[in-house]
Ligand binder design. Structure first.
Ligand SMILES: [Zn+2]
Length: 579
């Protein structure tokens, strides 16, 4: 009968995985002396200092089997927009090399990911990928400030913090959950037509959108323990000093990053507020049966409470994880104290290098890329907010040539052409250019296939969806459109099989949960399945069950009486045996 479906226990499933680092474990910083010297004495000649780096990658390879490295595919699938620039990358490598002059252990294997984000952000993930936001590249004022950020992040790698705890391990799906809730809630905020309200955010919540990638990456930045942060600050300072950088720029960088993290918390609060508003808006959906019946009302209250607490818990968990344990003053004080004790106050630092920084990031192609990216971010935001005039203004500075190398530009441009100019053919051209890049986000293939489907061209749609699958290596994001394409092509069996695959995506239950939490319903077959079913036009599992029942009945009717009796006898015998 009336069963209570809790959304709450999901949160409790959040598993903090234990640390299983192989290799040599670094010891805590010494009371006196220079941390880097202390660490070098342990890491020098230790070939397995970093342990088995491939372990995490191998795990991920089971899920992402495409041509793109799985550790990158996982970000592309979530629509994190990448910026590819040889110039920007080479500059980071050069700085990193210089920072490692003082390091005597084995060389860490590191890669860089440049992400479109108007905020200042940098973090290192469990695969030794240092993520640097384009906002950070636009905010720093000299090479020494950029070096300070990288010194801190590479210190987490040298100290192997990222092997012991990663955001993706600690909050494996509440991050995605929060991202989904955020997007769903934002969908309500942006949609002025009330009738369209649910259709809009439900769609966004299931298939994701450009803002999902941003919300996701916003919340993904791992937060280490207070001690880890202090260790990374100390070691970072050592690396800066040994590399002859102006270590005083470290303080300026901390100020900037701190402001960015305050803005991040403000955004999370906004998302939280939107989610609560969304839940309130759909509150009536939690109630079934007789509104005057005490029991029905109580059950509704309970379900509503569970959903709200679930949202609150998820956000709290993330807010907690993102809290900077030390205030910026405490952090700067701690670094200064360390400088005083280990370096006798330190020598006069060299001048900060503004020239090199300007040459690489403020002139030439890198600077054009960074400007175009900012215009793209603003265009996408304006389109989300249905602010056409701002979108129009921003598209003018998109820098049309960059859509292959800068994902955000291609997405902004094609979205503008589709939503404002209503020129699908031109949008198709843009998206085709964008998907020429191996590092296009999943969204690009999905949007392109949408446009082909609108043109009633299922073959091209299928082709582009499979291109996405071949690269990212997982069908998940592409399934709903595969259903539509095969249905349009008259290939019912394939379309049905893809719907069933939607049902099999249990790990993505967070998406379903988010939808259910917001809609206040509990559909037995889950959100993603329902979504794919809508594309097919009928519930294939229900139909197949019905067909199986009908066949079983027919078999029963066709079975001769004697055989039936014998089989009943056998049943009884077997039951007796096992009871
Ligand atoms: Zn850190």
């Amino acid at each position: 009968m009336n069963r209570i479906h809790y959304f709450l226990p999901g949160v409790l499933l959040v598993v903090v995985s234990a640390c299983v680092t192989t290799g040599v474990k670094p010891t805590a910083p010494p009371q006196q002396g220079i941390y880097l010297d202390h660490l070098n004495s342990q890491a020098r000649g230790s070939a397995d200092w970093f342990g088995d780096l491939d372990r995490e990658r191998t795990k991920l390879k089971k899920t992402y089997k495409g041509t793109v490295a799985p550790e990158l595919a996982t970000y592309l699938e979530k629509d994190v927009y990448l910026v590819e620039s040889d110039g920007i990358e080479a500059y980071h490598r050069k700085i990193l090399d210089r920072l490692l002059t003082g390091w005597e252990g084995p060389r860490p294997e590191v890669s860089f990911i440049f992400e479109s984000d108007e905020n200042m952000n940098a973090y290192v993930d469990v695969y030794n990928q240092i993520h640097v936001s384009t906002g950070l590249l636009r905010s720093v004022e000299n090479e020494d400030q950029l070096a300070s950020v990288l010194a801190h992040e590479i210190s987490h790698v040298l100290l192997k913090h990222n092997q012991q705890k990663s955001a993706s391990k600690v909050i494996p799906w509440s991050i995605e959950m929060a991202g989904t809730l955020s997007v769903a809630a934002a969908g309500i905020a942006y949609n002025k037509d009330k009738k369209q309200k649910y259709a809009d955010y439900a769609e966004k919540a299931v298939i994701g959108s450009q803002s999902l990638g941003m919300a996701w990456s916003d919340m993904l930045a791992p937060s280490w323990s207070r001690n880890y942060e202090r260790e990374a600050d100390r070691l970072g300072l050592d690396l800066l000093i040994r590399a002859d950088y102006n270590y005083e720029q470290f303080y300026a960088t901390i100020e900037k990053l701190h402001d960015a993290s305050l803005r991040r918390s403000a955004r999370q609060e906004y998302f939280m507020g939107m989610t609560v508003a969304a839940l309130k808006g759909s509150k009536s959906k939690f109630y079934k049966g007789d509104p005057n019946d005490k029991k029905d009302k109580m059950l509704g209250d309970l379900k509503y409470l569970a959903a709200s607490s679930f949202a609150a818990l998820t956000f709290n968990k993330i807010a907690q994880a993102n809290v900077e344990h030390d205030t910026r003053e405490q952090r700067i004080d701690a670094i200064k104290t360390y400088l005083g004790e280990a370096y006798d106050g330190g020598d006069l630092p060299p001048e900060a290098d503004v020239t090199s920084y300007k040459k690489v990031l403020r002139q030439g192609s890198a600077s054009r890329i960074l400007d175009a990216d900012l215009a793209a971010i603003k265009t996408i935001k304006a389109l989300n907010e249905k602010d056409v005039s701002t979108a129009k203004r921003q598209t003018k500075s998109l820098g049309w040539g960059f859509n292959g190398a800068v994902n955000s530009v291609g997405i902004a441009q094609s979205s503008y052409k589709t939503a404002v100019q209503r020129q699908p053919d031109s949008a198709i051209k843009t998206l085709r250019r964008l998907t020429q890049s191996e590092f296009a986000p999943a969204e690009a293939y999905v949007k392109l296939s949408d446009l082909y489907l609108q043109k009633r061209d299922p073959e091209s749609a299928k082709q582009v969806l499979h291109q996405g699958i071949n690269r990212i290596g997982r069908k998940y994001r592409f399934l709903p459109n595969l259903v539509s394409a095969h249905k349009m092509a008259g290939e019912t069996k394939q379309a049905e099989d893809y719907v069933i695959e939607c049902q099999e995506h249990n790990p993505e239950r967070n998406m379903n949960l988010a939808q259910r939490a917001l809609a206040g319903t509990k559909k037995s077959k889950g959100g993603y399945y329902s979504y794919c079913t809508k594309k097919l036009g009928y519930d294939v599992l229900a139909r197949r069950e019905q067909e199986a029942r009908r066949q079983a009945q027919q078999r029963k009717a066709n079975t001769p009486e004697s055989v039936k009796k014998a089989s009943e006898k056998l049943d009884k015998m077997l039951k007796g045996l096992f009871n």
